[in-house]
Design a protein around this ligand. Structure first.
Ligand code: CA
Length: 205
């Protein structure tokens, strides 16, 4: 499972360039050409990170940012804001609204990739570098339903597939590895063990 980046950008040429470069780096990319479409894409599937253009049709970048931060299930979604030169005061407002980082256009692709990695590493440590494919699928599944408790059997079906024979204990082993990857000193681990029920992911608890 590749990290999924949602690009909200109305300039076709830039959107194409972003997709091409991000896909080359191993990210899965979806482009939304306006704020409303972007919000629909988020409802469809929760991205790992949003690249958000400041000046967007229908819903502005700042409004999208506000809505993302205002909803429990997307409150911690990493956002990198893309602003045009001369929007310096806007960019401060962008950070006030809750963007994790910002880049001023024009920017280099290597700069952008470095920022994405840094934000993912800070917010979901381990996600960018250290997750095995099973841990990635596990995290991906849990992230699509934050707060919901999954039994080991449900996780086996969702992550390994119902036609594969794997012991329930295997789930514990991989959850353990995922927990370790997500562990940051001084923060509560987002993966919760629910006694005799299973596991759930709590974001921003
Ligand atoms: Ca724009």
């Amino acid at each position: 499972m590749q990290p999924y980046v949602l690009v909200m950008e109305d300039e076709d040429a830039l959107a194409t360039l972003l997709s091409y470069n991000l896909e080359k780096e191993g990210y899965r990319v979806v482009v939304a050409a306006d704020g409303e479409e972007g919000m629909l894409q988020i409802d469809e599937r929760l991205p790992d990170l949003v690249l958000l253009d400041w000046m967007l049709p229908k819903l502005s970048g700042i409004e999208v940012c506000r809505r993302i931060r205002g909803r429990a299930e997307t409150r911690n979604l990493p956002i990198i804001m893309l602003t045009a030169r001369g929007e310096e005061s806007d960019r401060i407002r962008g950070l006030d609204t809750g963007a994790d980082d910002y880049l001023t256009k024009p920017f280099s692709m290597s700069e952008l990739i470095a920022r994405i990695r840094a934000v993912l590493r800070r917010i979901r440590p381990g996600l960018a570098d250290h997750l095995g494919p099973t841990e990635f699928r596990l995290l991906d599944h849990l992230m699509q339903h934050p707060g919901r408790v999954f039994s080991r059997e449900q996780l086996l079906d969702a992550v390994w597939g119902s036609d594969v024979y794997v012991e329930a204990r295997t789930v514990d082993v991989h959850v353990g590895r995922l927990r370790k990857a997500l562990n940051v000193e001084g923060t509560v681990n987002p993966i919760r063990t629910v006694r005799s029920a299973g596991y759930s992911l709590d974001l921003g608890g």
